[in-house]
Design a binder for this molecule. Structure first.
Ligand code: F8G
Length: 251
């Protein structure tokens, strides 16, 4: 089986949850859900997963299928308890991410009169100051990776430090996985840093698709390919209908 770009993204997302141990993995969106369930079935069997609504599940079901064995109940109001205790790693989407790791899912343009109203900040501020947070960007482009977000929903490291210990004590932006690359916010002064390029993606591709400066390692490694076992799990167990290609078209 030849790995597709979507498979590489799923494996890169799975790698973001490898060293979490028994944390509640909270993926927002298709590829994050696929990656988290892949990680649970392979590298981190202790990962706590849910159906994305209100049920903790004993084992990862295929995408868009219901879980068979329920292990617990986690309605929204209880999610806040888990968030506040930090026992969670959330992977959110991002309409904008800036060089300092701030995320925007609220609005585009001036906040008093936005040109586009998006989802709203929802749980993003609380997530970023209480538990480990990662981001998934299905379309890596200069309008997503910007010098400064229009509205801060998810707080970046420098803003958390400026806000004091209450915001910085548990602050941990872990990974940003896009359809082109894997990044983090551990460049100089907590800025955007490239960690690896997906197979077939060049440094120039990422530079052209990033609207702000990017710290580069001396030599940029290639994002790993999924293993044969992971490809079987993705194609035959977790996503037999290829829903992943809706977010990352086959290429
Ligand atoms: C743009 C840009 C851009 C989009 N620049 N324009 C334009 C310029 C685009 C379109 C238009 C719309 C714990 C917890 C919670 C909870 C718990 C507590 C969370 C209770 C749950 C509920 C709650 C947050 C989780 C996410 C989702 C993040 C996304 C994307 C999307 C849609 C994939 C859904 N840069 N960008 N535009 N939620 N969001 O041209 O213009 O804007 O664009 O954790 O909730 O409260 O707390 O993608 O939308 O993580 O992933 O929003 O691009 O934004 O429709 O494409 O075409 O109309 O002209 P999108 P799109 P036009 S945690």
């Amino acid at each position: 089986m030849t790995p597709t770009r979507a498979d590489v993204c799923a494996a890169a997302i799975a790698d973001a949850f490898v060293d979490d141990g028994e944390l509640f993995a909270s993926p927002m969106g298709l590829l994050p859900t696929l990656g988290v369930r892949l990680c649970r079935l392979t590298q981190n069997p202790d990962l706590v997963i849910s159906d994305g609504e209100s049920l903790f599940l004993a084992s990862p079901p295929p995408l868009s299928a219901r879980g068979d064995v329920v292990e617990g109940w986690i309605p929204f109001r209880r999610v806040f308890d888990v968030v506040a205790n930090g026992k969670r790693h959330v992977m959110m989407g991002a309409s904008q991410v800036d060089r300092h790791g701030n995320q925007n899912i609220s609005a585009i343009g001036d906040f008093s009169r936005p040109t586009r109203q998006l989802l709203g900040s929802r749980g993003a501020p609380g997530n970023t100051v209480n538990n480990r947070t990662s981001y998934w960007v299905p379309k890596h482009s200069p309008r997503v990776f910007v010098e400064q977000v229009d509205v801060v929903s998810g707080v970046g490291p420098q803003r958390a430090q400026a806000a004091g210990p209450a915001a910085s004590r548990y602050h941990d932006i872990h990974r940003i996985v896009s359809d082109l690359a894997v990044l983090d916010i551990r460049g100089p002064d907590d800025t955007l840093r490239l960690l690896s390029l997906h197979p077939g993606v060049t440094l120039d591709d990422v530079r052209a698709a990033t609207g702000c400066d990017l710290t580069l390692p001396d030599s940029v490694p290639e994002t790993r390919l999924p293993t044969a076992e992971e490809l079987v799990l993705i194609n035959e167990v977790l996503d037999p209908h290829g829903l992943r290609f809706k977010e990352v078209p086959d290429r």
